[in-house]
Design a protein around this ligand. Structure first.
Ligand SMILES: [Zn+2]
Length: 138
């Protein structure tokens, strides 16, 4: 038997897609992003929890400090320089800042924050609109 818990986080951020991309998402635009984190494990703790939901707030803190009200931009995007020089919030990504890649970024952070001998990150789901999203499975 396996336990799976989840928590949803939200943040506001702009992004644009430039790498090998020519659609309308090359224009900087904003989304209300939703992130759904799933953790799994076989054994509960002494409180009969996989993990206290309160402990998941540390990921919300990371999201607020890094992604919220930032421009999520590919490292080769020439707009990075302007955003930095004008003192605006920026999160620079190694790949196009697609839902898929943002899910990958958050997955790595969640693994760093939560994984131990009892808890594994199962997946991270990112929605950039109410109809579109991506999921990455660990
Ligand atoms: Zn978008």
């Amino acid at each position: 038997m396996k336990y799976i818990i989840s928590r949803t986080f939200k943040f506001e951020a702009a992004h644009r897609l430039l790498k090998n991309y020519t659609g309308k998402c090359t224009s900087n635009h904003g989304h209300s992003w939703l992130i759904k984190l799933h953790l799994e494990g076989d054994n509960l703790d002494e409180k009969d929890m996989l993990i206290d939901f309160q402990e998941l707030k540390i990921l919300k803190t990371w999201i607020d400090e890094n992604l919220d009200h930032a421009s999520l931009l590919w490292e080769m995007d020439p707009m990075c320089q302007y955003i930095k020089e004008s003192g605006q919030r920026i999160y620079v990504t190694k790949k196009n800042p697609t839902s898929e890649h943002i899910a990958e970024v958050v997955l790595h952070e969640a693994i760093r924050l939560f994984e131990n001998s009892r808890i594994k990150v199962q997946c991270v789901e990112v929605n950039e609109t109410c109809t579109t999203g991506a999921k990455i499975i660990s």
